[in-house]
Design a protein around this ligand. Sequence first.
Ligand SMILES: NC(=O)c1ccc[n+]([C@@H]2O[C@H](COP(=O)([O-])OP(=O)(O)OC[C@H]3O[C@@H](n4cnc5c(N)ncnc54)[C@H](O)[C@@H]3O)[C@@H](O)[C@H]2O)c1
Length: 432
Amino acid sequence: MKKHSAPAHTPRRDFLKKTAATGAGLLIVPAASVYGTPANSSLGLGIIGCGGRGNYDGGLFVEHTETRVTALMDPFEDRLESTRARFDKLGEGRGHAKIANENIFKGARAYEKLVQSKDVDVVLVTSPPYFHPDHLEAAVNAGKHVYLEKPVASDVHGCKRVMKIGERARGKVSIHVGFQKRFDAGYRAAVERIHGGEIGDIVLGQSFYYTNDLDRQNKPGMSDLESRVRNWVFDMALSGDILVEQNIHIIDVVNWAMKSHPVKAIGSCGRMVRKQVDGIPPGMLTHDFYMMTYVYPGDVHVSFNSNQFRNKGYRSQGERFFGTLGVAETFQSGPAQITLNKEGAQRQDAGPVNLNKAMATKLKAFIEGIREGRFENETAQGAETTLSTVLGRMAATSGREMTWDKMMRSDDKWDLKINLDALGSNGTVSMK
Ligand SMILES: NC(=O)c1ccc[n+]([C@@H]2O[C@H](COP(=O)([O-])OP(=O)(O)OC[C@H]3O[C@@H](n4cnc5c(N)ncnc54)[C@H](O)[C@@H]3O)[C@@H](O)[C@H]2O)c1
């Protein structure tokens, strides 16, 4: 059959879209161009969830990229106030305008308004994981680029949604997911050497994440609902549990080194020290330890252990890969190391690990990609890693082996049973 030839005239709008999608090297600022921001001015950043990470990531955006914070959204006024004060101060020396009153959005549903703001080009999602799919979807629908913190969701249903949203967004906006270790020089060098065959075939792995109990965020006098949302890291539905919310960084490195997700998992979890947290309904309290065996293709077993006990400052996180020719260790607290099984072989540094630097590198790559019309999309990898942790949680909480295929056939979904409207007004707030 005869092929139709291309039309002689490509409408300008289509041309811009196509060139941007194929990354033809033109300097295009896609979302900003829609809203009339000149390509060489800084990009406006809107933050959904103004807690610890929103402030940390937002600060690094301002420090390391041509970005200014232009809008904030959170259910709680104290979070909005302190975050606004911080970014107004940070922007002062850089000639950034203060965040406008009409761009301060309070209420659990106010993210719908933030993503519509003409001052927002990029959305930083640092809310509790349960809400991530909703927040990502709203931002993508509004044509905004998104830096989505990990995990991408707290259940299988949410991960599948993120995969679909990500596919829809491909080539239209950039989406990064918060796995900064993949941008760290030490981890990168070690994983490249593993992939280069230096330690041979990986035949066994060991990985762990031991840390402290986490701080309570509720205050006396708060309602149960507010305490639950403030203490979301202790809530199974809101966080996904410690394996999904926190330990995920380790499973991400294992998947990266193994070039695969696990095919099955078996394990156990429990609540040995942390028995109760204010606001968290019985049965929804997160576990304080996990002991897992993940099985990767080729029947390669990788152990994973974690806890959040009162370890008085003790923290230890890392991965150890045993290969047919050597051993690689990627520990967060020191240089990544490679030891080869040769006679008299010395440990060799693969490179220092510096996660602040890794974050800066990642954010620069994200913003540069947007400026150059190369729309990066990490949703598939982000969902794959999140699903790998959900797989472990499903296995450990049921006490039965769980396979990847069985999990993917399920539609595992948390029922939050929270009236979001009770969390505050649904609109902008003006503050003193
Ligand atoms: N990449 C990393 O290394 C890293 C490190 C820490 C946290 N994180 C991730 O960042 C996210 C936030 O964690 P955090 O430590 O900042 O927690 P946090 O509790 O300090 O902040 C969360 C903020 O979200 C707000 N919030 C609650 N419900 C909301 C809703 N429905 N809509 C919008 N905002 C809501 C809270 O009021 C709070 O201000 C999580 O996904 C977490 O896993 C990533």
